[in-house]
Ligand binder design. Sequence first.
Ligand code: HEC
Ligand code: HEC
Ligand code: HEC
Ligand code: HEC
Ligand code: HEC
Ligand code: HEC
Ligand code: HEC
Ligand code: HEC
Length: 415
Amino acid sequence: MAKNILCFSISLFFLIGISSPLKAEVSKCEECHIKVSPKQVEDFKRGEMAKSLDCTDCHGTDHQSEADVGKAQLPAIATCQGCHEEQAEQYLSGKHALGLVALEAMPYTHMQPEAFIEGQKGCGGCHTLGITDQKARGSDKRKYYPYGMDCQNCHTRHAFSKKEAAEPEACKTCHMGFDHAQWEMYSGAKHGVAYMINRDVDPENKHRAPTCQTCHMPNGNHRVFSAWGFLAVRLPEDDAEWMGYRAAILKALGVLDPEGSPTPRLEVVKAGKVARLSKEEFAAERKRYVDTCRQCHSPNFVAHNMKNADKMIKEADKLFAEAIEIVAGLYRDGIIPRKKDAPAYPDLLTFYDVNTKIEQTLYEMFMDHRMKTFQGAFHLNYDYSTWYGYAKMKKDLVEIRETAEKMRQDKKLKP
Ligand code: HEC
Ligand code: HEC
Ligand code: HEC
Ligand code: HEC
Ligand code: HEC
Ligand code: HEC
Ligand code: HEC
Ligand code: HEC
């Protein structure tokens, strides 16, 4: 009997010892933080990591009291990378980790309100992605995006749960709304509806329909990337007619100058991996999607769907190129004055920071309606593709034609 108790105590000792070395008592940090931010501590204690980590593993030990809060470290990707090398490296090789690069490359970012960017109440709320080094941030952290680290975007702090990150809602906070309504599209389309109905009525079989993660993070791969990208401009292009439309778009993006020669912005496109720049690169990204679809659908069915989604981009580009050229004509003829140091061409990357109504319409046609036309096609939401996308592009084009005509007449009357 005594021997059994001894055995039991020894195994208990090892069990506790192995699963939570030195973490038996409540840490100093927790003792105080249970008063400062009680639910936060509870969240952490419920998570998997509380079994073997404590607050200091991510926040360091420099801050010990209310008087030295500024010394608390805020984790960056490298903090998690130390223990989760695979996920961190996959993540860093994907598109998310370039979110800040894309934001800072935009010509008008520095003109936005500070609260909007550094204060993370606008663009900066979603784009503070890819800061790897705690120190780089820590050195000036009150100014340079004080909060916002990548891994918690799907694994919210301090639960850091795998289950939570695997649900499609984990993507919703950013992939929704005006220019990237993937959440609305998916959740209203067959895949999302089938997934969510099954999650409620037959949870064990919910994965008969795909989630965002099924298609974009197959096998839990944290390297998230698409073939077309946000702007849907790839190079080279075999279809000559389509390439004609694309050239107008690339000029309006400032990647080509009005004569069609590459500008320094092409380097930005490369650095931010904004577009696939070889056929091989495009094909490799596309293949990953097709392979996933084929787990549930036949090859012909998948090919048919991909081909027609691609064609929707071409249809959208046809309307958009005409609109760009009308506005470019107004620049060429001096009806819209060119901006200092800028070519006589519309610049789509200025988004809404434009001076004329016609350019506001062009911006909406680009960011809102063209996006919805093709994003809806890939996400099987025919309502978005039609009524919020293609139909609106037609309306934009009519408006742009009429407004341009009127601007020309006004100029004749009041030169
Ligand atoms: C004696 C109380 C006390 C102790 C001990 C303490 N903290 Fe804090 N800590 C605070 C208070 C109070 C704040 C909030 C300050 C504010 O927001 O005004 C804070 C803030 C923080 C922050 C946020 C910092 C920021 O930049 O916003 C982190 C992270 C943190 N503590 C981690 C820890 C860790 C890790 C430990 C243990 C090594 C610890 N704390 C120990 C009181 C304490
Ligand atoms: C696995 C890493 C990890 C551990 C362990 C951890 N945190 Fe955090 N903590 C984070 C991350 C990530 C952030 C968000 C940083 C950012 O936004 O840049 C954060 C932010 C904070 C903040 C500031 C933001 C807020 O919501 O108030 C406080 C305070 C904080 N942690 C306290 C704690 C305390 C107390 C513990 C221990 C019970 C703890 N943390 C354990 C990763 C961790
Ligand atoms: C000191 C090592 C260490 C650090 C640093 C660390 N983790 Fe962990 N993490 C672990 C261990 C141990 C587990 C539990 C066993 C496992 O799942 O690998 C875990 C589990 C996880 C899980 C799975 C939880 C679940 O529900 O199954 C996630 C997600 C996670 N960590 C995210 C993070 C993030 C994000 C960071 C950085 C903010 C981080 N970890 C930092 C060691 C660490
Ligand atoms: C609600 C979150 C959110 C806000 C706010 C936001 N973005 Fe984005 N942004 C995203 C998402 C998500 C994507 C990727 C969408 C896609 O690929 O369909 C993206 C993509 C981009 C891209 C394209 C990156 C590329 O390489 O293709 C740029 C540039 C960009 N955003 C700039 C901005 C600017 C400038 C602002 C503020 C005026 C802003 N964003 C506001 C979430 C946001
Ligand atoms: C875009 C959303 C997203 C982001 C951002 C994200 N993760 Fe994950 N993570 C997931 C999903 C989804 C899973 C579950 C994958 C699966 O089902 O196998 C997961 C799983 C994990 C796991 C558990 C792996 C396992 O098999 O047990 C760890 C650890 C982890 N992530 C760490 C991280 C770290 C570290 C970062 C930041 C570099 C990060 N994640 C960023 C979505 C994300
Ligand atoms: C059935 C698979 C599938 C599901 C589910 C899915 N997507 Fe997609 N998604 C795709 C395909 C296919 C593309 C286009 C890939 C390409 O460029 O070849 C795409 C493209 C994207 C893009 C790039 C811009 C665009 O829309 O074309 C983003 C961002 C995106 N998806 C996010 C999401 C989010 C967020 C969810 C969930 C709310 C989701 N997707 C659900 C298959 C899926
Ligand atoms: C914190 C906001 C945020 C969350 C949460 C988020 N994303 Fe993103 N996502 C972005 C931003 C911003 C970009 C554009 C990055 C860039 O500028 O390079 C992006 C890009 C993408 C792209 C690549 C589009 C391209 O250009 O190739 C896909 C696909 C994508 N996200 C899918 C997802 C999925 C799936 C989830 C959930 C599992 C998710 N995202 C969660 C903000 C987010
Ligand atoms: C995990 C399995 C799974 C994956 C992966 C998957 N699908 Fe589906 N898909 C389904 C189910 C289930 C349905 C609903 C069956 C039905 O149409 O009644 C469906 C329906 C569809 C439909 C019919 C939509 C409608 O409105 O009627 C299309 C088109 C489709 N999928 C295309 C794709 C494409 C393209 C991919 C890859 C990008 C893909 N699916 C990936 C399971 C999947």
